[in-house]
Structures are given as C-alpha cells and as structure tokens.
Design a protein. Structure first.
Length: 284
C-alpha cells in the first residue's frame, strides 16, 4: 500500500475532503516533503474552495517564516485606531449548515463595522533578505483586503491582515517559496464561510456559475504575452496554476492567475530599478 493510499484511509487524522482520496493525499505528501513537514499536520490545515485545494493562512505563514531566504523572521507593525473594529462583530445564522451534534442551524460571526471605520488601519511587514543590509517592506491597508473568506476577519482582523501581508510580501520578494500555494482569501473573489472541518459555504445571495468553463484563446494569448516580463515560462505558469496546459485553466481562476503574473512582473521591475547601472557602479 502506498503512503497516499494509507493516508486516504484515515478518519480522525485527515479532513473529510481527503478521506478516500489518494490523489489529493499524494499532493499533500509531496508538498509536505518540500516544506519538510509532517504530511498529516499539513493535511489538517487544508480545505476546499470552489473545488480547489487551499491552505490555511497560519500554515502558509509558518512556511514563509521557515523557508524564506531572510536573515531574520518577518516583523509586524500595525498602525491606526484598531479599537474601531476590534470586537465589533455580530452573529448570523446559516440557512444551509447545521450543527452535526444538535441538528440546529450553525451560527457564525461577521464584521459589524463600516468602511469608514477601516480608514487608516493597516500593517507594515518587513524582513531582510540574505546578502542585503536593508529590509524589504510591504504596507497593507485593511481597506485593500477585499476578499475575506475566513470568519476570523470578524473575530481578529489584526491577525488576518498580518497573515495576508506576509503572503503578499513573500509573493513580491521571494515568490518561489509559496509558488502555487494559496489560502482561502486568494482563491476566490466572493465572500464565503470557512470552518475548521474543511467545508465551506457561500453566502446565500451568491450563486455559482452552473457550468465550469475554461479560458478562451484570447486569454491564452494574454498569458503568453505577459509571461516574459514576469520571468516565467508556460511550464512555470502551469505549475503555479496547477493545470497540465494553459487551455485547462478555468475562467474563475484566470483573474487571480494574471494578478500573480502581474505581481511577479512588478517585483522584477522593482529589483532591476534597485540595482545600479554600469555607469553608476563605475562612478561609485
């Protein structure tokens, strides 16, 4: 029996979406080996978002802190009056999910503050890459965090924005560390509940597309045209997007994939601008 098959037979040790699913278990094992982590521990930090395997923000941040080529751990500095949003949430009752023990409708928390309350709230993260003397920084405002799939955004927005800022920092300055790995907040552009069982539920007024469609020839052309500036080959893109070929990419994931390419392009451009020209080097 292979390790993946053995793992898929777990009940309490693997989440429901991996049970009797040797193929996805193999993907988890391969990822865990790359990260030098226990595959069962990694499995417990995964969930499904619109049919795509996602990783909890806590796990992704642990990976970044462990594997990023930095001299030190990533530092955080929050700014703004967070008292305007901390502890400001309300409970709503789900129309679809029920408690498996009691049979009662499940309740979950949602933010109970306004957009104006978010103004001026944010976090700054920084770390120094090996071989450099100055830290690389990234600033993220709460108002920029448009996708908030986890209910923890209502409970602890400071923690969630820190998680998201670290992921964006890594995708900008060391994208190879978490290439092709996404958390719930990066996998979709609509709100949904995420619970610890790995199952998710869209907010009731959101309706998914009844038919899953792949990208068009024009969109494939856009990808091919954008890859050189990002320092990527088609093979790199397909690996990141977890598809065998460009024409297999789903419409629902096109925008997120192109945003990733855009961020890589901007990172390369910023890196090139930071390096002195030959004339400047001679002058120095």
């Amino acid at each position: 029996m292979s390790m993946a098959e053995f793992m898929s037979k777990g009940v309490a040790t693997v989440p429901r979406h991996l049970q009797k699913n040797a193929s996805d278990c193999l993907a988890i094992i391969m990822q865990a080996v790359q990260w030098k982590m226990n595959p069962f521990a990694v499995a417990q930090k995964t969930h499904l978002v619109s049919g795509t395997l996602g990783y909890e923000a806590q796990l992704v941040n642990a990976v970044i802190n462990s594997l990023a080529p930095t001299k030190d751990r990533i530092h955080y500095e929050w700014f703004g009056d967070w008292d305007k949003v901390i502890g400001k949430f309300k409970e709503v009752t789900s129309k679809k999910k029920v408690n498996e023990d009691t049979g009662e409708p499940q309740k979950y928390r949602v933010p109970n503050w306004t957009i104006d309350d978010e103004k001026g709230l944010g976090v700054r993260v920084w770390a120094t890459l090996r071989g450099e003397s100055e830290p690389r920084e990234l600033t993220l405002l709460l108002s920029q965090c448009r996708v908030r799939n986890s209910t923890l955004w209502a409970d602890d927005p400071r923690q969630q924005i820190a998680y998201l800022a670290v992921k964006r920092w890594a995708r900008l300055y060391c994208p190879d560390v978490i290439l092709g790995v996404y958390s719930a907040d990066e996998l979709s552009d609509y709100s949904q509940e995420i619970d610890v069982t790995g199952r998710s539920e869209r907010v009731e007024d959101e309706k998914p597309d009844p038919v899953s469609t792949t990208i068009t020839k024009e969109q494939i052309g856009q990808i091919i045209h954008a890859l050189p500036a990002a320092g990527m080959e088609v093979e790199d893109f397909c690996k990141m997007a977890r598809v065998d070929a460009l024409h297999d990419l789903q419409q629902a994931r096109f925008e997120a994939a192109m945003n990733y390419v855009k961020r890589r392009t901007e990172a390369l451009q910023a890196s090139e601008q930071a390096q002195p020209s030959d004339q400047e080097a001679e002058a120095q």
